[in-house]
Design a protein around this ligand. Structure first.
Ligand code: AAO
Length: 482
């Protein structure tokens, strides 16, 4: 369950938060496939409660009404067609799976598929679920429960959402059936929302009943789905990430917190020389890593002090570090702009999501940020793919915030977060030649539109990275020699 099963030569997943299935299919063909992306996390595809009283917030999608595949992102047919088109473009789909709970506190009670439920009687006819399928008696998770009481974290309600009992056979069957439909359609895996709030022993039963990935969609025979479990563990809580790593991969929230601190200014870059488990991060093969996610970029979940697209210079630095460094299975966030943390995606007056538009410089319009299209980010995907399987070597630092490292004869990267210029001749692990910096530009014909770095026969190169340069990174690799 820890292998994402990316197509050969690819890496890195992007969360296309609140995108519509038809738009994702086109993005696979037009951008993600050609740029070497490995996969996409899609927003929950199953029917959710429609919440007009909060002007259709993004979080209504975390309130399941049924397992029918109709949402603002599209219907089942559109979902299936997206999976097929993305797989054909070499890009895998991972489903955000909300199986801990059902909706149940709101005065409104109609879902995106037109179904309804009787919350007071725990009756969800479109699944169907009834009273015996939920933990009983009802209790609500309090902030203090996280420290003391694993039982309450697992058996009480998260945000007042009706808490399913995955220990019952009927609930297991409904969830397994729901997930297996996706595998049949060709998805490569799942994000398990709120995994911390479910018992590992129940999740194990569910995972073990999942089909192998569909060979008709290009997966090898016997491949198990990739599963990454959302467990927020910054230490000191009753529920630990270590209870979940024996099952499948786990989201590592420390990763983004520490890199945000380093690139945001709270910690010196030189300390990153031993980045990885020595920082208290998960073992490499257990971790799904990211800078920000859809929750903490708007102070939900593990909240605060996370770099996002709103601080582009340090954010691009942190992402370049994440993608250049071999540690962890990286995930990127692709956002929409918001002022209000509850606001839903760009939508019209009827609540329909408005598709992104695309500008001639490849950026997006209509309210979409599209971090995955930023040159400095997209071109680091190729860096990671070229450097795959190589070692981490030739670490250099200046004793504060200028650092550099090399990737086994394939790539070299340098960062300057100091308030003075970096001007140094550094040892790389690359063969002699002229390379295009993929951060400040790209290779066009035999020239670089940005900086050119020349590596001598001794493998050394003069690196200059001004304190006031547009970006704090230069990155070169074997795929972009001029
Ligand atoms: C909405 C309304 C609620 C309403 C509810 C029901 O906001 O007022 O009661 O509907 O009608 C999302 C939104 C919620 C939304 C929900 C349903 O974020 O606001 O509720 O949809 O529409 C916990 C969980 C974690 C969860 C996170 C948000 O453990 O699983 O809360 N994330 C996922 C999704 C998320 C979604 C759901 C789950 C629900 O990614 O989008 O919610 O499907 C501690 C614990 C964490 C805990 C946080 C927040 O964290 O460790 O496990 O996350 O508290 O309660 C420091 C600490 C850190 C601590 C943090 C906050 O950073 O180091 O450990 O402070 O105290």
């Amino acid at each position: 369950y820890k292998n994402p099963h990316y197509a050969p030569g690819r890496s890195t997943m992007v969360h296309l938060f609140e995108w519509k299935w038809n738009d994702i299919a086109a993005e696979c063909e037009n951008w993600l496939g050609p740029h070497g992306y490995g996969g996409i996390q899609v927003s929950p595809p199953n029917e959710n409660l429609v919440i007009w009283s909060k002007r259709r917030p993004w979080w209504e999608r975390y309130q399941p009404m049924s397992y029918q595949l109709t949402t603002r992102s599209g219907n089942e047919q559109q979902f299936a067609s997206m999976v097929r088109r993305c797989n054909n473009a070499g890009v895998r789909i991972y489903v955000d799976t909300v199986i801990n709970h059902m909706t149940g506190t709101w005065s409104e009670n109609v879902g995106t598929g037109g179904n309804s439920a009787d919350f007071n009687n725990f009756h969800y006819p479109a699944v169907p679920y009834g009273r015996n399928d939920f933990n009983w008696p009802e209790c609500k998770i309090q902030e203090s429960d996280y420290r003391c009481c694993a039982n309450r974290v697992r058996n009480c309600q998260l945000s007042n959402l009706k808490d399913l009992n995955q220990g019952t056979e009927h609930v297991r069957q409904m969830i397994v059936g729901f997930m297996n439909r996706f595998i049949h359609m060709g998805v490569a895996g799942f994000r398990i929302d709120a995994a911390k709030h479910m018992w590992p022993r129940d999740l194990r039963v569910i995972y073990n009943r999942l089909y192998n990935l569909n060979t008709a969609h290009g997966f090898p025979a016997g491949a198990r789905p990739y599963i990454f479990q959302e467990v927020i563990d910054l230490g000191g809580e009753a529920v630990s990430r270590d209870e979940y790593t024996p099952l499948a991969a786990v989201t590592d929230f420390k990763f983004g917190m520490e890199l945000s601190r380093a690139f945001g200014g709270g910690n010196q870059l030189r300390y990153l020389h031993n980045w990885g488990p020595q920082w208290g991060l998960l073992a490499h093969s257990d971790s799904l890593v990211f800078i920000d996610n859809h929750d903490n970029q708007r102070s939900h979940g593990a909240g605060g002090n996370i770099l996002t697209h709103r601080e582009p210079r340090p954010y691009k630095g942190a992402i370049a570090f994440m993608l250049a460094h071999p540690y962890g299975e990286p995930q990127l966030m692709s956002s929409f702009f918001f002022h209000n943390t509850e606001a839903g995606p760009p939508m019209d007056n009827s609540g329909n999501i408005i598709s992104p538009s695309f500008n001639t410089d490849n950026s997006c319009g209509n309210g979409w940020v599209c971090e995955h299209r930023w040159r400095q980010i997209a071109q680091m995907i190729q860096f990671r793919n070229v450097a795959a399987g190589t070692t981490f070597n030739n670490w250099w630092d200046n004793g504060s915030n200028q650092i550099a490292f090399c990737r086994g004869g394939q790539g070299f990267v340098a960062f300057n977060k100091d308030s003075w210029d970096l001007n140094a001749t550094l040892q790389t692990c690359l063969p002699a030649g002229r390379y295009c910096d993929v951060i400040s530009g790209f290779k066009r014909g035999n020239c670089c539109t940005g900086k050119t770095i020349t590596i001598g026969n001794d493998g050394r190169a003069h690196i200059s990275l001004g304190a006031n340069d547009y970006d704090m990174v230069i990155a070169i690799h074997r795929g972009e020699q001029s």
